[in-house]
Design a protein around this ligand. Sequence first.
Ligand code: SF4
Ligand code: SF4
Length: 457
Amino acid sequence: MSVSNAETGVSRVAPAAKPARPPLKPVSNPKTATGYHRLRRLIQLTCFLIFVSLPFFNVMRFDIPRQRFYFAGYELWINEFGIIFFSMLFMLYVVVAASMLYGRVYCGYFCPQMIFSEASLNLEDRLKRFINKRFIKLSVPQRQRLAGVFFYLLLVLASVFLAFVFISYFVEPRDLLRRLLSLDIQTTAGVAGAVTTLITFLDFAFVRQRFCTTICPYGYLQGMLGDHNTLIVQYRDQAGADKACIECKKCVRVCHMGIDIRNSPYQIECIHCGECVDACEDVLGRFGKDGLIHYAWGEKGELLSDKRTPLLKRLGLRDAKRVAVAAILLFYASGLFVALSLRDNVLVKIMPVRASLYRIGDDGRVYNKFRLTVANRQSRDASVTLSLNQLPQAQIQLPQPLQLQASQELQMEFEIAVPPGALPAGVNHFEIVSHATPGDDSTTAKMTFITPNERKQ
Ligand code: SF4
Ligand code: SF4
């Protein structure tokens, strides 16, 4: 099967089911090396730390049991669906825009599946070498079996940890840890954890990079998102006698995806990781020549490494379409920031209870009843105080201030009492002002207080 790029007209080579094998490590030649391998390792380590920490610091978690969405430190409640939808759409737009500008750089540098697949291959490779070196007296099959046992044992532990982190994106981590320690496989979170552990183990033991070319739809989507200005990895060489390639095939041996980039820059397996760029630089650098594989802005565009390219173009803003996409992204991010900063961390809702319009108390005062809902939508405790405007001599019959723990919601009814004769008979307009700390959030609710036409004396 081949996938055709509409603008370039170049056919992508169909994914092939190739066995994943431990890649060779590029040897850096300081004079020529492009250093994408080192850059990848640095970014992948950073991504791993971010992936592990995001749910623990409430930067991102769709907390299903509590029906909360944690985003950028904000605790969004499920009834704030507008902001949640806006946030998720923003993240989707970032992925789409990044694909259009930079191709599959996400796959090669940031994707957790790729990071852990490579880590699993490296671990297996290192273990084999370690056992071959340390257990020299054992036969080859015995050493292989021993390496296999160690590898699968370590992978089981890693799978439990990774599954724990993954489920933490949906269940509060401390709650999840409690369930894990009690070996809970009865509740939904416990079952989900056990199933995710099993899938993670099978994925990183047997599937690995095959996932990218068989299950993951992102590689196929990339064919639709990219155009003639999208960043690609490309082999550029002269033809005939001027051909500089020495056919060492190091670029093929280092490729995690098992492809030969010289066949086409549009192979669907290519994740734009740049390992082949380093490999070719390394080999040809020893002959004092430049490498033949490069990051380039489309098939006919400049090389990424070309320092003469203007800065905006080097950042990927190469045509009006891309500038528009970047502007929309900026606009979107600003809108999201404003929406998040304008939301009340403590939501206060007050409604009148009009089952009876008013009540005359034993003390002769007139009482009106109201229903209060207070939601502390943040990860710290809060206190709320209510006060009255334009209702002389009135008293709120409620112990104040109201103390709320993080994420706590309170619902209650309370009354406002007014001495006889303090207000004109009938409907009196007034305001209830709520003040929440910390944060100094204030909201004002317009209300009416009803007094009888004929008062008891
Ligand atoms: S590493 Fe460079 S020189 Fe060697 S086969 Fe690949 S393209 Fe040719
Ligand atoms: S061809 Fe090069 S850039 Fe593409 S996946 Fe293989 S090593 Fe990475």
